[in-house]
Design a protein. Structure first.
Length: 421
């Protein structure tokens, strides 16, 4: 028994190493039999892009092969793998950078061993925006027999955004249009192309807005006419106000167009002038709202002045009478105790008047005993005037007041009393 045991443990380190080597060789053989290469194209995308940074190219080159280990029978497709480039930590970097590509899989049965390419070369630049870039309209040759009116474009400027190094090359954005031999006016929404000073297109850039409305009148029999300008007023002034007058300078405008179009015009309208809620005079500069194919000759502005006034009306009230300048020791007798007065003013001012408290005046200052015709006057609130009174004057009879011998003399101004007959 001892001899058998001795033979077993004899050179045991060497024997143990042999067993380990055999196991390793078997595992390597098994691994090599399950290591495969996927030759499909796997798209790569950026993650954690720094803010205000532009990355070139916008789409990285794809991964073209992946070596992986998987048990036999596990299906593999392009969607099995996810290839990304992590841009975190590259804030404020500008220039060419070599970055690592990471390939992973969501299938726990698959282990990625390697892939090609493992790195990508990209370029980083600052993201900037440049406003007020002019829009330039470019058209080809004008067909024989046709003439063009002035070109209008809306908007006249745009904003261009992109990498700082590319935006710096932009001179304008171009709108390309074609003049048709049929003589049809150009009136279309045109895509805008950033260009340099030589007119060469520049990309990649974003243009905001991406299009502009281009209008070019095309004439086959151009003539001109001088027509009166008709101001177009829309809306109503504020409550209690009205338009008193509208004046236009100049009163006529020179327009051009094909003969048949001009023959139909008797006047030219302005663009609408809103007056909703206005309570004061206004002077505005407006353009002409011309029909398609008709254009203004020259760029003289049209000035329209609108004069506003309060809405006025008249109302009739019954008013009491008040003596002014009555003397002491005199008695005043009036032919009537109330008169009808017509008062003019704005609606708002007349609404504030109350017939219950309204009085008009009879000025008897310096008048002696006797019969007098005293005109009716009124001290009215600002914004109102006395239009008429009925009667326009009141007969005032002045007598000496009788003072009883047993009574003390009366003091103060006596109150008027109407006559009984």
């Amino acid at each position: 028994m001892r001899r058998l045991l001795g033979r077993i443990v004899h050179n045991w380190p060497l024997k143990l190493a042999a067993v380990g080597l055999a196991s390793l060789m078997y595992g390597g053989l098994a691994l090599s039999q399950n290591t495969q290469t996927y030759p499909g194209v796997i798209p790569v995308r950026y993650v954690n892009e720094p803010p205000d940074t532009v990355v070139f190219p916008s789409t990285p080159p794809p991964v073209t092969s992946v070596r992986y280990f998987a048990p036999s029978g596990v299906p593999v497709a392009t969607s099995t793998f996810l290839a990304t480039i992590d841009l975190s930590g590259l804030d404020n970097r500008v220039g060419v950078v070599s970055v690592r590509i990471d390939v992973t899989t969501g299938d726990s049965r698959i282990r990625v061993l390697g892939y090609e390419p493992a790195f990508a070369t990209i370029e980083l630049d600052r993201l900037v925006s440049r406003p007020d870039v002019p829009v330039k309209v470019v058209h080809g040759p004008v067909p024989d027999g046709l003439t063009l009116g002035p070109t209008t474009v809306d908007p006249a400027t745009v904003t261009v955004s992109g990498a700082a190094s590319i935006v710096a090359k932009v001179d304008a954005v171009r709108a390309d249009v074609v003049i048709q031999a049929t003589g049809i006016d150009v009136n279309e929404n045109v895509a805008l192309i950033p260009v340099d000073k030589l007119g060469n297109a520049i990309s990649p850039l974003d243009v905001t807005p991406p299009t502009a409305q281009v209008t070019i009148p095309v004439f086959s029999d151009r003539q001109s006419r001088t027509l009166p300008v008709n101001p177009i007023i829309t809306g109503s002034p504020a409550a209690g106000f009205e338009i008193e007058s509208v004046t236009v300078a100049p009163q006529v405008a020179l327009v051009a167009g094909d003969a048949d179009q001009l023959a139909e015009l008797t006047r030219v309208d302005t663009e609408p002038i809103p007056m909703t809620g206005v309570s004061a005079d206004e002077t505005v500069e407006v353009g002409l709202a011309l029909p398609t194919g008709v254009v203004a000759v020259g760029d003289q502005p049209i000035k329209v002045t609108i004069t506003i006034r309060p809405v006025t009306e008249t109302r009739t009230f019954s008013a009491g009478l008040r003596l002014l300048g009555a003397g002491s020791g005199l008695r005043y007798t009036l032919s009537v105790d109330r008169v009808l007065v017509t008062i003019g003013g704005s609606t708002a001012e007349l609404d504030r008047l109350s017939a219950a408290t309204l009085v008009v005046d009879l000025d008897v200052t310096g008048l002696q005993a006797g019969v007098h015709e005293v005109p009716v006057t009124a001290n009215l609130p600002a914004g109102t005037t006395l239009v008429a009174a009925s009667p326009a004057s009141v007969t005032v009879t002045i007598t000496a007041a009788a003072v009883p011998s047993s009574a003390p003399p009366a003091s103060g101004a006596p109150s008027p009393s109407p006559s009984g007959g």
